[in-house]
Design a protein around this ligand. Structure first.
Ligand code: NAD
Length: 297
């Protein structure tokens, strides 16, 4: 689709939002270094040689460097045992120089995600997946919020400011995106519908959304009949089709019909990494008993 002034203004530019946000986060990281004479430190564990995971980890490490965050990469082979991984996490939990621990998902089949998530200290849980942090999110307490939903929330607040009363439809109920997204939107006084693979009449429900969050993992699944002209669409999906990245929303349909839409790539992805940096710095301040006044929500 050819971009013109009319439809270009409908694009929510996650890349630009993330750049601005990262400047702020890196200032906080410099302030931390001045206070404690060391940079905030993120440890990233990568298991196996999945190409997509390697790219994600590389981007995280590069962004950390640009944000004045130190990073440590731990590479484990695909046949690493669960106990070996848990031991590595335990070492990082007890290492005072490490502020945040991230285990890149997905994991090989012989390792239980739940065990791994539960083993990371809630104080170093940059992904916000630990039950303690997740529970606080559901209760509406201040906590570490999972990076992708936090990035979606950030862009929605920038675009719409007050979300009160909006009908938000979240498609997808994963622990990583759908469920935490629901909690954030409830906190913002939205009326939230969570849809999933067993939902009946999905197009009709989706078509009533003021805010539509697509986190399905199916390329261009959301087409014109799911979209209304008032909707603001956040497309979380990242799908590889013929070596190209596409979202869960057919972008040209969203651009034509909706009020606003995030592109893939260049929408949720860059904001997710920026929020990972924010969570690392936030945990660094907290663990070291430094005042952190930069609470987003
Ligand atoms: P998931 O597979 O854990 O969950 C997918 C959800 O979609 C499930 O709850 C399922 O019920 C629902 N679903 C599946 N088919 C459906 C259908 N036909 N109709 C309605 N609902 C359906 O996936 P996830 O981890 O939540 O990720 C979703 C997508 O977001 C993926 O494409 C993933 O790559 C992407 N993602 C992107 C980022 C980012 O930084 N941009 C971060 C995380 C995930």
């Amino acid at each position: 689709m050819i971009l013109n002034k009319n439809n270009e203004s409908k694009i929510i530019n996650g890349k630009n939002y993330s750049k601005d946000f990262l400047i702020h986060v890196s200032n906080l990281a410099f302030k931390f270094e001045n206070l404690l004479n060391r940079k905030p430190c993120l440890a990233v564990i990568l298991i196996g040689d999945d190409n997509a995971s390697k790219v994600y980890v590389k981007n995280k490490i590069l962004t950390a460097k640009d944000t004045n965050i130190k990073s440590i990469e731990i590479l484990l082979s695909n046949n690493t045992s669960e106990i070996n991984l848990l031991n590595e996490i335990n070492k990082l939990n007890n290492d005072d120089r490490i502020d945040g621990i991230l285990v890149q998902l997905p994991l090989p089949d012989h390792i239980q995600v739940k065990k791994v998530v539960n083993s990371i200290s809630p104080k170093k849980d940059v992904d916000g997946f630990h039950p303690q942090n997740f529970g606080n999110l559901i209760l509406g307490n201040e906590t570490v919020v999972p990076c992708t939903p936090l990035g979606c929330w950030y862009m929605l607040k920038k675009e719409l400011n007050d979300l009160t009363g909006y009908h938000a439809v979240v498609i997808g109920r994963s622990n990583i995106v759908g469920k935490p997204m629901q909690s954030l939107l409830i906190k913002e006084n939205c009326t939230v519908t969570v849809a999933h693979s067993k939902t009946r009449g999905l197009a009709e429900i989706s078509n009533k959304a003021d805010i539509l969050i697509a986190a399905i993992g199916r390329p261009e699944f959301i087409t014109s009949e799911f979209i209304n002209s008032n909707s603001v669409i956040i497309d979380v999906g990242i799908n590889r089709v013929n070596k190209k990245l596409v979202g869960d929303v057919r972008f040209q349909d969203g651009l034509k019909i909706a009020k606003k839409i995030t592109p893939v790539p260049g929408g949720v992805g860059p904001m997710t990494i920026a929020c990972l940096m924010y969570n690392t710095v936030k945990l660094a301040y907290r663990r070291n008993n430094q005042m952190f006044n930069e609470i987003l929500l």
